[in-house]
Design a protein around this ligand. Structure first.
Ligand code: FAD
Length: 394
């Protein structure tokens, strides 16, 4: 019988891993992808949708391309793992046997760290940090907001997915408000004292949205936001209360539930991996890719998840059908759109050392760059999106 690989999670990490194992083993490995949703909406470019630069359909992808190359797609939640028997249990009780299992469940939110912010509260104060209905809700709330209203973002503490993501979102919200509701204001309540590409964002906010955006770092929040009250649309720190018309709460994060429930996460709440193969350091024959992992110097991004998945796919093909393997290289770039035709980027390449995925070299956009360069970045981001989503979803 053919060796069996089962992949949990059809996001950037899981979809890429399934795609590359199926494609490169040319039918020699049986690949099953377990994902409850029929389509995947990317978080990347979801800010562009909020800013009016993309429509929702353009950021939503079906799994038909992966089914077409022979991957079995099972639309269910995975609920448990038996690492001795080597089976994955599904929500309906069925068990799928595996030779290697790949987990790419992404993140979960640590509800309870902000008093009053649980799953019900997300319907009133969306996080929009898992894309889909939450993204549409935040978009629609912004569109329904009155001119002169206040948009509040509660930014997340480190580590979280997409370090520049909240601040690109602020730029896109500001772009929309400037053109549609110019008397409105934006307030960011941040548990951090600095953030990714900060100088670049702050320069752009001054240039394009002067006076509209106020950022309050941890030093000014006496420890940060510790409670929300949805009925009054208020956000509280130990000393102050802020009332918003739209409130976007991005909570603290941890590895996806299935990884934590099955002993794959350590005390940090994230999953330790062997850098060269992405195999779990805690349970044999299980690999992890994407946001749920402790990926050394790599940020949690779709680009990173895709890159890690290719290294993982190579290691698994080598282990199961003895195909060629070489020391993996990893890469990441994150573009952020600041305004129409103005995007900045940060990126790096990485290698696997014994201890971690270690940065080799990197680059970042500079303040004061020319408009042409920034316009080129924005075009590059659009090209990246179509290339990488084809690489993930076929
Ligand atoms: P996810 O994308 O979260 O996928 C996990 C999948 O697993 C989901 O489909 C889920 O349904 C499934 N799943 C979970 N549990 C189970 C289970 N028990 N059984 C079966 N299936 C399960 N990255 C970039 O590279 N560039 C960007 O410009 C960028 N912009 C971003 C902007 C925003 C606003 C946000 C929020 C993120 C952005 N990111 C960006 C980050 C990127 O979206 C994530 O890093 C990426 O989605 C991680 O991929 P993943 O496969 O690890 O997890």
């Amino acid at each position: 019988a053919k060796p069996k690989v089962v992949v949990v999670g059809g996001g950037p990490g899981g979809a890429t891993a399934a795609h590359y194992i199926a494609k490169d083993s040319k039918g020699a490995i049986d690949v099953t992808l377990v994902e409850p949703n029929k389509a995947y909406t990317t978080c990347f470019f979801s800010n562009w949708y909020i800013g009016g630069f993309r429509n929702f359909e353009s950021i939503t992808h079906s799994y038909s391309g992966l089914a077409d190359i022979g991957i079995n797609i099972v639309h269910q939640m995975a609920t448990g793992i038996d690492p001795d028997e080597k089976t994955l249990t599904l929500a309906d009780g069925a068990k799928l046997p595996y030779d290697r299992l790949i987990l790419a469940p992404g993140i979960d939110f640590k509800y309870g760290e902000i008093d009053g912010y649980g799953p019900d509260a997300t319907q009133i104060m969306p996080h929009a940090y898992k894309a889909g209905p939450q993204t549409v809700l935040l978009h629609d709330q912004l569109h329904a907001m009155k001119d002169g209203g206040l948009f509040i973002m509660v930014a997340p503490p480190n580590p979280y997915r997409c370090p520049p993501g909240p601040y690109e979102r602020i730029s896109m919200v500001a772009h929309y408000l400037k053109n549609n509701k110019p008397k409105s204001k934006i307030l960011i309540l941040d548990p951090k004292g600095k953030f990714s590409k900060m100088a670049l964002f702050q320069e752009a906010w001054g240039r394009y949205y002067d006076g509209m955006i106020e950022w309050l770092p941890r030093e000014m929040l006496s420890g940060g936001v510790n409670a929300v009250h949805t009925a009054s649309m208020s956000v509280k720190t130990p000393d102050e209360e802020f009332k918003g018309d739209v409130v976007n709460v991005i909570p603290p994060q941890t590895a996806g539930k299935i990884a934590r429930d099955t002993g794959l996460a350590d005390v940090t709440g994230w999953c330790p991996i062997v850098p060269a193969t992405m195999e779990s350091k805690l349970v044999a024959d299980i690999h992890l890719v994407g946001d749920s992992t402790i990926a050394g110097d790599m940020p949690k991004s779709g680009f990173s998840a895709n890159s890690q998945a290719k290294a993982c796919a190579m290691a698994i093909r080598h282990a199961l059908i003895d195909s060629r393997a070489f020391p993996p290289r990893f890469a990441n770039t994150c573009w952020s759109l600041l305004a129409p035709s103005d995007a900045v980027k940060v990126g790096a390449s990485y290698q696997a050392t014994e201890e971690k995925i270690a940065k080799i070299d990197g680059f970042i956009s500079k303040t004061g760059e020319s408009g042409t360069l920034r316009a080129d970045n924005a075009k590059e981001a659009v090209g990246w999106y179509s290339g990488i989503t084809a690489d993930m979803f076929g």
